[in-house]
Design a protein. Structure first.
Lengths: 331, 331
């Protein structure tokens, strides 16, 4: 019998479809054609990207030259522009504003063949520290209200460059999906005097059926109302509203569990295309205190079609308990 | 300069990205491999689908035999099951219910090679009348609260069968995206004493820049805050909350504009994969009176990636005014 499940944070329902139940081997892997050709993100090609915003250079090499372990550069084709004032205006019943914001690319490694799942742990930690550094800096811009860090890995997950990178978009408004989550977390807190994410963590650590892996400070789970097969969340066990609110040593722990989780995903699903996002509290406002930052990792195994677009309701053919079992047991 | 635009119905923002502006020829058409092989939806293969729920048989041939112009059958791999009682239960902080609902397939034509864009107008009208017949019937089921009609055309839009068909899912809950739209429409009505969709129609007919085509009773537009390149809505000019609330002659007009719009899309975008959904009012409740049914057609030209999943915020590289111009001017 299929099951309807409700996400406890923002009330989104999903259909866990048993008729269509699918195991890892049922998903056709993406045709992996190397994109090939010249790579503007590789070491030595620093002049082919816009000038770097920050870079980690252990040997103190000059900006925009080789010798880095990580670079952050503006996106060459930005969805939003950083220059200008925020003008809001109407046009009859419609509202618009000019597209102010930041759109940056985190080049995660100088080496073309490395990914977050295969690079040394220190490299993954640098990536997370770069996210934090950029968040802290962009918080100072009074025009901006939210920063989304996201990653597209693999062609069918929307990556147009093969070289391992993630992106960061800073927005003048809090996006709907995040606002709904913050709102849901606040309502739950007002009703129960507890954080909904902390309650999820407590229940998952107790029931264990959806737990994938944990370390001292983090856990990785297949969420109860997973929208996608093998959807995976990583949450800090301690309540931190924002990704950049943690003490520095925790980023090493976060890197460890992210790397471990992605390695498991590679084994179980044969290096699948995936997207991840960091959901973090917004810049300000007391409601953000009830939020609890986390990673949402979404392997791209099925096609999202008319039903999902029309309803915001997802059909997931792999029960999260089964997904977690595969992910937990793989070596 | 990119522009942020807000959907007046449920407040979703989109980025209309000018840096990445894309014209019809910039989209790589889907690799069109014929799926081929045996087709269970073709005339003569009636025994390969579950028994028909309804069929239009002009010459009165018996059920589940050849001689039909349209059949509606249960989905062989239903996401929801029609048998059973609706049981709601909790599991700690989580909520679930069993997956009660209907999942049906509308086989739009007996002929494998025909599509909604190429079949005779009468065929398109039959498809719309079949949607209406099924909606009216399913409304009687007290366990159900909403019906979504949707269509996946082309492999990358999620179609697993090539033969022209659409689907209908009846749900025990009103899905989030529709509930938000109904809520937005109600708030607008409470504030202005007018329907937001009627106001959109008035402004679009006046400004004309996003108008694609109109007939006596309908118009086809590129919505102001389009999420996707060449997203197209079709709305009735008169206020009807539900798709099945219209007088019978109007379905011919609806078929005419749907056919015309899909033909234009085929010409401009070279037979693109697409999804469409019918957004209609829910079964009951006074709030549904403020709703105004419409088609949302979404060509699948770009990949939805991490940013969109993370935020519910879309980056659209084709301004709707440009899309409408292409669609309007094509022969």
């Amino acid at each position: 019998m299929p099951e309807l499940r409700k996400d406890p944070i923002h009330g989104r329902w999903v259909i866990i479809s048993t008729e269509r139940s699918r195991r890892p081997s049922d998903f056709t892997p993406e045709e992996r054609k190397p994109i090939g050709g010249f790579c503007p993100l590789c070491e030595g090609n620093e002049d082919r990207t816009p000038p770097e915003i920050i870079a980690y250079r252990e040997n103190g090499t000059p900006p925009n030259s080789p010798g880095w372990t990580l670079r952050v550069v503006p996106n060459k084709f930005p969805a939003l522009r950083i220059e200008g004032d925020l003008n809001r205006e109407g046009d009859g019943i419609y509202d618009k504003m000019n597209g102010i914001g930041a759109h940056e690319v985190v080049i995660e490694t100088p080496r073309h063949a490395e990914t977050l799942a295969t690079m040394p742990l220190k490299g993954v930690e640098y990536v997370l520290l770069a996210y934090r550094d950029r968040m802290i800096d962009l918080r100072n811009d009074q025009r901006l209200r939210y920063i989304l860090v996201f990653k597209n890995h693999g062609v069918s997950a929307g990556a147009s460059l093969e070289h391992s990178h993630s992106q960061l978009i800073a927005l003048p408004i809090v996006p709907r999906r995040v606002a709904e989550e913050m709102d849901g977390a606040k309502k739950y807190f007002n009703y129960k005097d507890r954080c909904v994410f902390c309650d999820i963590i407590r229940q998952e650590l107790q029931q264990k059926s959806r737990l994938i892996v944990e370390n001292k400070s983090f856990l990785s789970i297949a969420p109860f109302a997973s929208r996608f097969p093998f959807e995976t969340w990583i949450l800090p066990k301690t309540h931190y509203p924002g990704f950049d609110h943690m003490e520095s040593p925790l980023y090493e722990q976060a890197a460890q569990i992210l790397s471990d989780t992605l390695k498991r995903m590679n084994r179980v699903l044969d290096d699948p295309p995936y997207n991840y996002v960091i959901h973090t509290s917004s810049f300000s406002g007391p409601e953000s205190e009830h939020y609890h930052w986390h990673f949402e990792i979404m392997p791209k195994l099925t096609k999202v079609a008319g039903f999902e677009w029309g309803t915001g309701f997802y059909i997931n053919p792999t029960p999260p308990e089964e997904a977690a079992e595969y992910m937990r047991e793989v070596k």
